[in-house]
Design a protein around this ligand. Structure first.
Ligand SMILES: C[S@@+](CC[C@H](N)C(=O)[O-])C[C@H]1O[C@@H](n2cnc3c(N)ncnc32)[C@H](O)[C@@H]1O
Length: 320
């Protein structure tokens, strides 16, 4: 069965290898997308492995269900954020799982569908690209909503923190001035303000790319979901279970790196305190000291893989 959903899985072999798949394993794909990882996982955990696939985009779930239909009852899917991965696992009837993979961000399908509004550089004129950017279009505020209501300080914070945009304050001010005249509804409206405020000129990244990234992260609370999702994932991994995360920009990768490092240490008492009072032991053994990157060959075949960074860790038993 096929659909028009397109997404080339990134670091696919590396991800499945790090999950240490075996027949009968119960694995959660927290970012099902088009089901590329899920298919490989199901093939490598046959004949009786179970895959629980989550995505908060109903279109992705529909495409993945079609693709994975031949695996029958070995596949369970649920529309929800991986921030609620622990609840999803319990709802599916499991107490703990053998592996979890989070392939963060948006799929090529989402990026390349102009009406989703994730990208300004499409064949569709920017006047016709709405500022939506929600991964789940059934709820929440769009980018246009946020641009209409956020204070200049909040906008500046997003642009600075999520877009690492030079000139964040100037652009935030320009946006609030522009919206007093006319609401920003389309990519063209936003591009005009970016251009006239002259931010990020001469930098390696197109300032518009940074602005779109910042808004997308804010609209979907991507970093908040990642922090909560990592914590929830650790809770429901069984000892020996693997957690594999593929990040696409340094903000995400930093969160994963810090989480793995903190969970390998366990104790959260201040460093100068002579005796541990928090009672927390290590819960993870990181398996990647440095993140894995795609090969030159993979980047040539799939340029969207170029920023990918894979980190993995194994759940260990907490000392009593
Ligand atoms: C890079 S794609 C995953 C592609 C997938 N690995 C494949 O092989 O087809 C990321 C997917 O994760 C979903 N997603 C992003 N953040 C999510 C979250 N917090 N909870 C659930 N799904 C999320 C997006 O909707 C998108 O479909």
């Amino acid at each position: 069965m096929s659909s028009n959903f397109h997404h080339l899985p990134v670091l696919l072999e590396e991800s499945t290898a790090h999950l240490a798949l075996r027949p009968g394993a119960v694995i959660v794909d927290g970012t099902l997308g088009g089901g590329g990882y899920a298919q490989a996982i199901l093939e490598q955990t046959g004949p009786d492995g179970i895959l629980l696939g989550l995505d908060h985009d109903p279109e992705a779930l529909e495409a993945a269900r079609l693709r994975l239909a031949d695996f029958g009852s070995r596949v369970r899917t649920l529309q929800c954020s991986f921030a609620r991965i622990d609840e999803a696992v319990q709802e599916a009837g499991f107490e703990a799982v053998d592996g979890i993979v989070l392939d963060l961000g948006v799929s090529s399908h989402q990026l390349d569908t102009p009406e989703r509004g994730f990208r300004f550089a499409t064949d569709t004129p920017p006047e016709e690209t709405p500022l939506d950017m929600r991964m789940d279009r059934t709820q929440g505020e769009t980018a246009a909503d946020l641009l209409a209501r956020a204070s200049a300080e909040t906008l500046e914070g997003w642009l600075r923190e999520y877009g690492e945009l030079p000139g964040a304050r100037r652009l935030a001010k320009a946006i609030t001035e522009e919206r007093r005249r006319e609401p920003l509804r389309t990519a063209a409206d936003l591009l005009r303000v970016i251009d006239s405020s002259r931010v990020g000129r001469g930098r390696r990244h197109n300032p518009a790319t940074l602005v779109f990234q910042a808004l997308r992260i804010a609209v979907n609370d991507e970093l908040g979901a990642l922090k909560t999702g990592l914590e929830a994932s650790i809770r429901i991994l069984r000892p020996g279970g693997r957690l594999v995360v593929i990040a696409y920009h340094s903000l995400e990768d930093r969160i994963v790196k810090r989480c793995f490092r903190a969970e390998a240490r366990g104790c959260i008492c201040p460093p100068r305190q002579p005796i541990c009072t928090c009672g927390r032991g290590p819960r993870l053994q990181p398996l990647t000291r440095k993140p894995l990157r795609p090969s030159d060959h993979e980047v040539m075949e799939n340029p969207r893989a170029r920023s990918a960074r894979l980190r993995s860790a194994e759940r260990i038993v907490e000392a009593a």
